[in-house]
Write a protein that binds this ligand. Structure first.
Ligand SMILES: [Zn+2]
Ligand SMILES: [Zn+2]
Ligand SMILES: [Zn+2]
Length: 366
């Protein structure tokens, strides 16, 4: 995912000694005069305003995270060589961490707050009362989880609902019962009453078959290309070189730069479009079926005649049926081959094994 910068905003820090709220760039607490300790983190103000001054933005970008002097602890800008307080080299100093996600970008207006001391209304982001100087520190809001981070894994549901177990058990019982019923068989004597056969030849013709696919996937033998529409082909982290695309960005969030400023960023992806088209290709498809039938034991294939150039013979199919008369009933049986079919001569008697549905599952000579 491409991270896109929307700009910079000044952060805040809260003085651990007096709870006073200070602008990110201020190194000495405006309320009690204590320097900002190294372990005091920056946090988001109640409302983040993007810095529009190009010069200031350029300075923030070139500056880097602050360095705290190893000797006196004074906070120095990231590009400083010596400590502004004691003059020591800053090479031994510890550079502030940067890159932490502080939370979703807060650009919504927040209502004014009332000074607890004199009642004057002050902007929510004001660190102290404009009238009496009272510290207006609000409790520090905890850094919210990164908005576009991967979804948290939900609690796994443990235990299967009781109803489902009962249902499965019941279904199982019914299935076993049907299974037993189906495989319960009986034997009867059947006399061959008549025979039937059917032989069929499918005639195929080259016909237009319609398909849809990405324009780049259409086969060379397509006979026509119809309506196309732009669809999302895939998404990718970087903008494509030569394809239409749409940028899709997540919720903006603020990242600590370690210098008292936060960078407001957004994770973006690109939906790349491509043409999805209808097209046709010539394919062999069933046009007709020519059938021959008979009631004897000499089946033949139907005469398909002379076919046109764009036609051909397709699949061949044969069906044989013997009709037995049993005790007051008739049973149909389909021998699997012509050789088997011809054994069932009219009047011959056979022992038929029937399943519960009356289907023949076995045939033995009487
Ligand atoms: Zn303070
Ligand atoms: Zn120093
Ligand atoms: Zn006040």
């Amino acid at each position: 995912m491409a991270r896109k910068s929307l700009g910079y905003t000044e952060l805040e820090w809260t003085c651990p000694f007096c709870n006073g709220r200070n602008p990110g760039t201020v190194t000495i607490c405006g309320n009690c005069g204590s320097p900002q300790p190294e372990d005091v983190e920056f946090h988001q103000p109640v409302k983040e305003t993007l810095i529009t001054d190009a010069e200031q933005v350029a300075e923030i970008e070139s500056r880097g995270a602050d360095i705290h002097c190893a000797y006196c602890g004074t906070r120095n800008p990231g590009d400083a060589i010596t400590c502004s307080q004691c003059g020591a080299e800053l090479t031994e100093g510890e550079q502030r961490e940067s890159g932490q996600v502080l939370g979703a970008h807060q650009d919504k207006d927040v209502p004014d707050v009332k000074c607890p001391a004199c009642g004057t209304m002050n902007p929510a982001e004001a660190p102290m009362c404009s009238q009496c100087g009272q510290n207006l520190a609000a409790p520090v809001t905890e850094a919210k989880p990164r908005p576009s981070a991967t979804a948290t894994v939900g609690k796994k549901q443990s235990g299967v609902p009781v109803l489902a177990i009962i249902g499965i058990a019941l279904f199982g019982c019914i299935a076993i019962f049907l299974f037993m019923l189906l495989f319960r068989s009986e034997e009867v004597v059947g006399t061959v009453q008549s025979a039937e056969w059917e032989r069929a030849v499918v005639i195929e013709a080259l016909q237009d078959a319609r398909y849809q696919d990405w324009e780049s996937e259409i086969p060379d033998n397509a006979t026509s290309i119809g309506r196309c529409e732009q669809r999302i082909h895939h998404t990718q982290p970087e903008p494509p070189q030569n394809a239409d695309s749409r940028e899709v960005c997540g919720t903006p969030y603020t990242v600590d730069t370690g210098s008292g400023f936060g960078e407001v960023v957004q994770d973006c992806r690109y939906e790349v479009f491509a043409d999805y088209c209808e097209y046709t290709v010539l394919e062999w498809a069933a046009l007709d079926t020519i059938v021959a039938t008979g009631n004897d034991y000499a089946p033949y294939w139907p005469d398909v005649g002379v076919l046109e150039e764009s036609q051909r013979e397709g699949a061949r199919n044969e069906d044989f049926i013997i009709i037995f008369s049993t005790d007051g009933d008739t049973v149909r049986y389909s021998p699997s081959s012509l050789e088997s079919f011809t054994q069932f001569q009219p009047g011959s008697e056979w022992i038929l094994e029937l399943n519960a549905l009356g289907g023949v599952i076995g045939v033995e000579p009487q």
